[in-house]
Design a protein around this ligand. Sequence first.
Ligand code: NI
Length: 169
Amino acid sequence: MALREILVVPHPVLKQVSVNVDVVDDDLRALMDDMLETMYDAPGIGLAAVQIGVPKRVIVMDLAREGEPPQPRYYVNPEILWASDETAPYEEGCLSVPEIFDEVERPSQVKLRYLNYQGEQVEEDADGLFAVCIQHEMDHLNGVLFIDHLSRLKREQAVKKVKKMVKAA
Ligand code: NI
């Protein structure tokens, strides 16, 4: 496993639409292992492959609370089969938009279909933080960041702040 560099705004690759994965093989599992290690190191609770510069439809996540054993999750070619009309706000952040947090409103429940680490097709219902996180990560697969859900002013301020931070580092 290896740590990968996480791209931050305004890196153009973050705006790319990721492509579907043909087959879940050892090479893809190696990518998912790297993604998980990079996410834990950041630390974060979700990461899309495009955030380390690989525009494939792959997401890793771990929503375990502090003190709980790790619960790594892997989503390949995820699709949303159903989303609730009911929405809920949540204060989101993103490893590609460091230190910026703002409220985004999304459907509070979704039904998913995806391939897991073994390449098996799984259907799963999501609510709460899981629903927020999977929708945030799936946005990445379409080149959308959580700040794209905010006003233009807030989005421009966020990018400016990150640019300044990167320069100072
Ligand atoms: Ni993100």
